[in-house]
Design a protein around this ligand. Structure first.
Ligand SMILES: Nc1ncnc2c1ncn2[C@@H]1O[C@H](COP(=O)(O)OP(=O)(O)OP(=O)(O)O)[C@@H](O)[C@H]1O
Ligand code: NI
Length: 436
């Protein structure tokens, strides 16, 4: 088993809205191994994107990471920061929540990159695609050419304060050189764009959706990131193009050895791409393990529900099976301190009225579920009465929280169908998703 590159512990991200505190991500722990594809799956509004944005330090006001640690393994970074930030460094790991934000932000693009469902948001319409990729290349080059003292000798690190300044403040275009333009063309070629020289001179609106998606991937690769976070990277594309983009990601991973965190609604995408998977519900990971652990031997009734009645990797459809009931409100004052899934769970028992911890599942060391069924066998005697939750704010009362109208469309309150389609849920409220 290889080493982990990212250890997230007890991460919580909240939005402080006029309607109250939204617990978008709660007590989330996961560990991603170097070179693997880790998938996150879950219904709309379960906190997948906010998790991704949290890892990139892209959560915007009124959102805030309120607790936890994000430990990133980068020996040279750890060595360089050990003297100034001893509390943040643990061996080869650096807790990104324990170093100045400027340092964390300088890792964006170089250590961590992100691609989105909607490539338009990553490109400025008034600059050519080539210029924008060249700019990303240049930002990375300048950063690595201005390392902090000790880095000059060991070379190759790009997290200096100057990088922060370059990426945050300086206008585009100014830094594009012949070299970086050549590299941009190489990157376009690497992501399978035909006629890359001509394409580099075109504007984003001259690209098809699939081609722009490739260009966004090229842009994300410009800084040679260790970790690529892909949030629904193929959801907006038609099936053939989806498959091509997934193949591209696999090929690039094989070439570069990068680690991928892949967020998707699509179970087929998870099954095809991921080594391990985490299932999110109501801001928490409720089950995680290897693909086989989670898909072939699920323990949490939510996971089973999503997979449908035939949890079989080979015959499974691409879509999440709709589960009766609605995703819960994540407003703190509307959340009871119980299992958040209990009101929709076919196996809800009295024990579920207490919030479950994450427990080992199936005696398999890396398979965990946040469910009493890890230790308890379901029995009718222990079951909650069928109408137990009937008096709660009925599911149809669940309103989307501020700024997320998309979620109201994502759940059909009349049928209680949760989002299972490939219709792109708009991420407009997360304006942090636009790259600078
Ligand atoms: N800017 C914001 N202000 C307030 N609440 C927000 C904001 N952004 C996200 N949220 C809330 O955080 C929760 C998690 O949202 P998130 O976008 O992470 O869900 P998701 O799992 O990515 O869903 P989808 O599959 O629809 O993309 C939701 O309840 C959402 O309403
Ligand atoms: Ni999302």
């Amino acid at each position: 088993m290889s080493e982990s590159i990212l250890n997230v512990q007890n991460l919580s991200t909240r939005f402080f809205t006029s309607e109250g505190q939204v617990n978008a991500v709660s007590d989330l722990s996961l560990s991603i191994e170097q070179g693997e594809v880790f998938g996150i799956v879950g219904e709309s509004g379960s906190g997948k994107s906010v998790t991704a944005l949290s890892l990139m330090d892209l959560v915007e006001s009124p959102g805030q990471i309120t607790s936890g640690s994000i430990e990133y393994r980068k020996p040279s970074l750890a060595e360089d920061l050990a003297a100034d930030y001893p509390d943040a460094v643990d061996g080869e790991f650096v807790d990104l929540l324990d170093v100045p934000e400027s340092i964390w932000d300088s890792l964006r693009g170089t250590s961590f990159s992100m691609i989105f469902q909607d490539p338009e948001s990553s490109f400025n319409p008034s600059l050519t695609v080539g210029e924008q990729i060249a700019e990303a290349v240049e930002v990375q080059r300048r950063a690595s050419a201005n390392p902090r003292s000790t880095r000059a000798r060991t070379g190759g690190d790009m997290y200096s304060f100057s990088n922060y300044l370059v990426s945050g403040v300086l206008p585009s275009k100014q830094f594009v050189t012949d070299d970086s333009t050549d590299r941009a063309v190489e990157l376009l070629e690497q992501v399978g764009i035909p006629d890359p020289v001509e394409r580099a001179d075109q504007y984003p609106n001259e690209f098809s959706g699939g081609m722009l998606q490739r260009a966004m991937i090229a842009q994300a690769l410009a800084g040679e990131p260790d970790v690529l976070i892909a949030d629904e990277p193929t959801t907006a594309l038609d099936v053939t193009i989806q498959a091509q983009i997934l193949d591209l990601l696999s090929d690039l991973q094989a070439e570069t050895g990068m680690t991928i965190l892949l967020i998707t609604h699509n179970l087929g995408v998870i099954a095809r791409m991921c080594d391990r998977v985490g299932v999110m519900y109501a801001g928490e990971i409720v089950e995680q393990g290897t693909l086989e652990d989670v898909f072939d031997r699920p323990v949490h009734p939510y996971t089973k529900g999503l997979l449908g009645s035939v949890p079989d990797l080979d015959t499974m459809g691409d879509r999440l099976t709709p589960i009766p009931g609605n995703v819960p409100s994540l407003l703190d004052h509307e959340m009871d301190d119980r299992c958040y899934f209990a009101d929709r769970c076919p196996k809800a028992m009295e024990a579920c009225l207490e919030h479950p911890s994450m427990n080992e599942a199936n005696d398999s060391p890396n398979h965990e579920a946040r469910c009493v069924l890890t230790d308890l066998t379901y029995s009718e005697d222990l079951a909650l009465p069928a109408d137990y939750f009937a008096d709660d704010a009925s599911p149809t009362d669940v309103r989307p929280v501020a700024g997320r109208d998309a979620d109201s469309q994502a759940v059909d309150t009349a049928t209680g169908r949760s989002v299972a389609s490939d219709s792109p849920p708009s991420e407009g409220a997360n304006s942090g998703e636009t790259n600078e």
